[in-house]
Design a protein around this ligand. Structure first.
Ligand SMILES: [Zn+2]
Length: 172
């Protein structure tokens, strides 16, 4: 069985075209034709087209992909989706190193992914807010100490201490 050598259309890595394709694979499917993306670029392509991983990565930057528990989550997704690729074929460091390389094709619009490339770029550069619940943590006004007065509670959440005081006064 001869294996054709091709070069990735994005990062120009050498790839072998494998004849063994799984027709049921729902992600990272091997290419039928001797062209396409290498496994690392294909993983990034999947991530940028999948919501919410795409928006989370735009907010956090790609370095979180180097954490083993994040990679494990991806491996679990691959197993569920019958991925054609094997987890040990993925080189996460290369994915992070090549993060800013342009793709030869645009993101695929889909009902499951409300984010455009422009939105992801603006979130990554801080021009646009991402998911509200994952904003940067506010500095703790009490510096770790528990609140001891209604004024302390007001510092944590403006007005909450006053409201609390009103309730307490009513009970008394
Ligand atoms: Zn590539």
């Amino acid at each position: 069985m001869t294996k054709t050598i091709v070069y990735c259309e994005r990062c120009e890595a050498r790839c072998k075209v494998d004849d063994l394709r799984n027709p049921d694979a729902k992600m990272l499917r091997r290419s039928k034709e001797p062209r396409g993306l290498c496994i690392n670029c294909a993983v990034h392509d999947w991530l940028r087209n999948t919501y919410p991983p795409n928006i989370l990565l735009a907010q956090s930057g790609p370095k979180i992909l180097l954490y083993p528990h994040i990679q494990q989550q991806f491996t679990d997704i691959m197993r569920v989706a019958c991925a054609d690729a094997r987890p040990d074929e993925i080189d996460w460091q290369i994915i992070v190193d090549n993060w800013d390389l342009p793709f030869p094709h645009k993101m695929k619009p889909s009902a499951a992914n409300p984010c455009s490339q422009l939105e992801l770029d603006e979130i990554a550069s801080g021009k646009r807010r991402g998911l509200g619940c994952i904003g940067p943590p506010k500095p703790d006004p009490l510096k770790g100490k528990p609140p001891r007065s209604f004024e302390d509670i007001n510092l944590l959440e403006p007005g909450l201490g006053d409201e609390f005081k009103r309730l307490m006064d009513r009970i008394r």
